[in-house]
Design a protein around this ligand. Structure first.
Ligand code: SF4
Length: 455
């Protein structure tokens, strides 16, 4: 008989819906139905078994792939890391925290740079938060308390489809019993997005001028005059929006890539935080980044706990972690050609990086660890398939509001296919063996404690 599994977490976007109900076949091998998810989440489960490889694939001299065993793939990866002077291990948007911690062990042992997708998305948020703090809250507080919602440079209708129905606009909460009817929605975006269509107010900010508009908001909040038009938005519209914001009982600004990836970048987020702080002189306001992948908040949490830094971690000195975005960030390292081996895990660097760093990274060994084929796997020297977190592998993920959630698996991975955590643990063991072999072969030249062999 088919089995229904409740409270399943969705391994796609940062909303981390954990109310899915998944029906699996009586032998526990097939996913038959997914309830409560959006179409994207449903597709993640239904396509789990399609386009899968169940063995690693190694590139051959003629350019084709040949299937090899997991032991061979682990040996290959450990040797690549062992022989590289400065390997880069990047990605982690789509794996669990256990996998991230295991990868960090490998990075430390190999003397690698450890970086995650924030490097090319919300890294600018980190910089602003370091400077200006993060007056945030949980999504549960938004659902139960918020009566004014601002989406700035974010389009959840497409990128986070259940964000509005689960937490921000539509749900009825403890103090928000009227749901949508009791809330005011302000969307600030240069485009008339689908999110803007459900807003009470849509301010069509001029592309790249968000900072100016924030500045105008802050000026009005403090009771000063502004020009007739700022960043393409009329003074009356700004005054109307600020009036609504000041009268809120509890407000939240959700911001997305429209701030982080337009002119101003971290300064846009910085001034958004300052506006939130200003509004707290009048009422309760909070701010939250719309994180993309379901566990891209995870590496920030795991590595900050382990090393004190959330991303761009240079572990090449082994005894000390060093973070300096611009210097130790993946794209910058690739552009300066400092990296001589690349491990891409749980993300598609070939699709997300600009083409030039991809070309430069491709000059050296490139290994991709991912359940499914993608652009990165197809240009890699080695593709190692792993189990799908949230579908085949359980584990902890961090929702966009930094709340950890225990995900479960609904089916088992294909026989012999390891989880990211198991894979990195085995790479770590092989790496230690290689170092021990070096030390036994040439004890006089063996690497001293705390330094990498070969350096
Ligand atoms: S909103 Fe995001 S987390 Fe929720 S079901 Fe859709 S894709 Fe999954």
């Amino acid at each position: 008989m088919a089995k229904k599994i409740e409270n399943v977490g969705c391994p796609f976007c940062g909303v981390c819906c954990d109310d899915l109900v998944v029906t699996v076949s009586d032998d526990g091998k097939k996913i038959l139905e997914v309830e409560n998810s959006c179409i994207i989440g449903s597709t993640v489960f239904h396509r789990a078994m399609s386009e899968r490889h169940t063995l690693p694939r190694l590139r051959q001299p003629d350019g084709t792939f040949k299937e090899i065993s997991y032991d061979e793939a682990i040996d290959y990866t450990a040797k690549v890391l062992h022989n590289a002077k400065k390997p880069l291990i990047y990605g982690f948007g789509s794996t669990n925290c256990e996998g991230m911690a295991a990868a960090a062990k490998v990075a430390e042992q190999a003397g690698a740079v450890l970086d995650n997708c924030a490097s090319i998305c919300h890294g600018s948020s980190f910089l602003a938060i370091f400077d200006n703090g993060y007056p945030s809250c949980t999504l549960g507080e938004v659902k139960n308390r918020a009566d004014v919602i601002v989406y700035w440079g974010a389009n959840p209708a497409h990128a986070h489809p259940r964000h509005m129905s689960r937490y921000s606009i539509f749900p009825r909460g403890f103090f928000t019993g009227k749901g949508h009817k009791g809330r005011k929605i302000i969307v600030i975006d240069p485009r008339h997005t689908d999110t803007a269509q459900v807003a009470d107010i849509h301010l069509q900010v001029q592309q790249g001028h968000d900072y100016d508009l924030f500045d105008a908001f802050r000026t009005v909040v403090r009771g000063h005059d502004i020009p007739d038009v700022v960043a393409g938005v009329k003074k009356e519209q700004i005054i109307e929006a600020v009036d609504i914001m000041k009268k809120a009982r509890f407000g939240t600004i959700f911001y997305g890539m429209g701030l982080c990836h337009s002119d101003g970048r971290n300064h846009n987020v910085d001034i958004a935080i300052s506006l939130t702080r200003d509004l707290n002189d009048f009422t309760k306001w909070t701010i939250m980044a719309m994180r993309g992948h379901y566990n891209i908040t995870g590496p920030g949490a795991v590595w900050s706990w382990q090393y004190g830094f959330p991303y761009c971690l240079d572990l090449t000195k082994r005894d000390i972690a060093h973070m300096n975005p611009g210097e130790t960030s993946s794209v910058d390292l690739a552009m300066r050609e400092e990296v001589d081996a690349f491990i891409n895990i749980g993300t598609d660097a070939a699709a997300h990086f600009p083409i030039e760093p991809v070309k430069r990274l491709r000059k050296h060994p490139w290994i991709t660890i991912d359940p499914h084929p993608n652009m990165a796997t197809e240009i890699s020297d080695l593709h190692i398939p792993v189990g799908i977190v949230g579908v085949e592998v359980p584990g902890i993920v961090y929702r966009m509001d930094n709340v950890p959630i225990q995900y479960r698996n609904v089916i088992e991975p294909p026989e012999g296919v390891p989880s990211d955590e198991e894979l990195f643990e085995r790479i770590y063991e092989r790496l230690c063996e290689l170092e021990a072999e070096d030390a036994a072969r040439e004890p006089a030249k063996a690497a001293p404690e705390g330094a990498r062999a070969g350096e």
